[in-house]
Design a protein around this ligand. Structure first.
Ligand code: MTE
Ligand code: MO
Length: 470
């Protein structure tokens, strides 16, 4: 290692693009990770550390700091910093998570920094409207600290007069509308998919979903106020959050213009969740709610809306949250070859009992309950369960469902089923659940055939095992 050349921090900082090669430092070491990025598609999020101490990347994404990664990094070592510079290099890194909100919820925490957590399933289905305190949280970055006096939402791009609105403007200049909508993360139920083969992503159980009352201004009203009349050349509406990565790029996403034009699509700029101001974790002061569309496009801490010919350039629109064939792996994936997830496919999950639970029968029947939902406003028309791998199917009773036409059903349904169990043969029973939506789309049977490297769109039959006790 002493044979390596010595570089200065200034020299490292000059190498922050693919053209100039990408260097990072870790402690005393200087690394050229250009080839690493080339051979690890999707690994480009590490670019946020380009020309800098990689600690800045790890302090944002703790999950990536693993011994294998440190070992891998050594392969790319090209030099050293001086002792003096290496000390100054890491010493002044403050924790970007210093301003996180206080949290005291019985969550299953999948990651502390950034904070990602979901409720236990029996909790989740106690209410049709999920209480904000147990609504799953999916943050990619530190939660921004917003001073409400300084908050302005900027609206810009094609067809609008550049406009800045305060929270008060949003509340007073536009009618307040409320929409009950389910929001679900594309990675919900990822843990089941990863049993087939490992995937990259947070290990969500089936709790990365919730149903809430969102209130705010209709996006159509706001854009009309900003002078929008002619939508020629506008293909996408981009949203940016106030949360930024180490290169100062904001979290961002976009939705196709069609979603906005349809007056039944209920896209709103929400400042309330369940009748109260949004909490910091859920996007205070304003987030966009795009009913029927994957959580990732429901941008929190909304700071800018850009009407554009193009989709959001953000990492999360371009190089993440896309589906691929089970045969595509990290060596072959081409993120450009697939489209960004928008409306989600039909899904259901059994919430009670939970997997591997010991249960008692009631008059020879097993009581099972759960949720079902479909993206794009499709209506859930049926949930079928089997306790004998499909020989006999039992249709669940829907115990709570919104009264709306297909195309505008934004809420999940909660259901309950009573299944006859023949326990003469064995006390171990496997229960499967599958939902059907108003397009007659049905959940796929197995995770094996929908496996994808990022572990998204995990909507196969939900299967649990229970043990019948006397
Ligand atoms: N918006 C911003 N600004 N930053 C984020 O990290 N996460 C997205 C979306 N909006 C995110 C965001 C993802 S992936 C999901 S699933 C939902 O917010 C989660 O919303 P929730 O935390 O309120 O449940
Ligand atoms: Mo998500």
């Amino acid at each position: 290692k002493s044979s390596f050349p010595q570089y200065t921090l200034n020299q490292v900082q000059e190498h922050c693009s693919k053209e100039n090669r990408i260097w990072v430092t870790y402690k005393e070491g200087v690394y050229d990770i250009t080839d690493f990025i080339e051979s690890h598609p999707g690994g480009d999020i590490i670019l946020t550390a380009a020309g800098n101490a990689i600690d800045s990347f790890w302090s944002l994404y703790e999950v990536h700091k693993q011994p294998q990664i440190l070992e891998l990094l050594e392969k790319y070592r090209i030099g050293n910093l001086s002792k003096e510079e290496s000390l100054q290099n890491t010493a002044d890194l403050s924790d970007p998570y210093i301003d996180e909100p206080k949290r005291n919820f019985p969550f299953i925490v999948n990651s502390e920094k950034p904070f990602n957590a979901e409720p236990a399933l029996p909790f989740l289905m106690k209410n049709f409207i999920t209480p904000s305190e147990i609504f799953y949280v999916r943050n990619h970055l530190p939660v921004p600290l917003v001073e409400i006096e300084d908050y302005k939402l900027e609206i810009t791009g094609l067809g609008v007069n550049e406009t800045k609105l305060s929270l008060d403007d949003l509340k007073t200049k536009f009618p307040k509308v409320s929409v009950i909508a389910t929001i679900q993360c594309a990675g919900n139920r990822r843990s089941e998919m990863s049993e087939v083969k490992p995937v990259k992503g947070l290990n969500w159980n089936a709790g990365a979903i919730g149903n809430a009352v969102w209130s705010g201004a209709r996006l159509q009203d706001v854009l009309k106020f900003c002078g929008l009349q002619n939508i020629a050349n506008i293909n996408h509406i981009q949203f940016e959050g106030l949360d930024t990565d180490a290169t100062n790029a904001p979290y961002g996403a976009s939705i196709p213009i069609e979603k906005f034009l349809n007056s039944y699509s209920d896209v709103i700029l929400a400042y309330e969740m369940n009748g109260e101001p949004l909490s910091r974790d859920h996007g205070f002061p304003v987030r966009v709610i795009v009913p029927g569309v994957v959580g990732a496009r429901n941008v929190k801490w909304l700071s800018r809306i850009v009407l554009s010919e193009n989709e959001s350039p953000s990492h999360w629109q371009q190089n993440d949250y896309k589906g691929f064939s089970p045969s595509v792996d990290w060596d072959t994936v081409d993120f450009k070859s697939s489209i960004a997830i928008q409306e989600l496919p039909v899904i259901s999950a059994i919430c009670e009992p939970v997997n591997n639970q010991k249960v008692k029968l009631q008059n020879g029947k097993l009581i099972v309950s759960g949720y079902a939902w479909s993206g794009g406003g499709s209506k859930i028309i049926r949930i079928d369960l089997t306790a004998d791998k499909g020989l006999k199917w039992h249709t669940a009773k829907i115990i709570h469902q919104e009264n709306a036409n297909p195309g505008r059903c934004w809420s999940w349904v909660l259901w309950k089923a009573e299944i006859d169990i023949d326990k003469s043969s064995t006390n171990k029973v496997e229960i499967w659940a599958k939902a059907t939506d108003s397009n007659y789309n049905v959940q796929p049977e197995s995770f094996a055939n929908i496996w994808n490297l990022r572990g998204v769109l995990g909507n196969a039959y939900h299967r649990i095992k229970v043990y019948i006790s006397d």
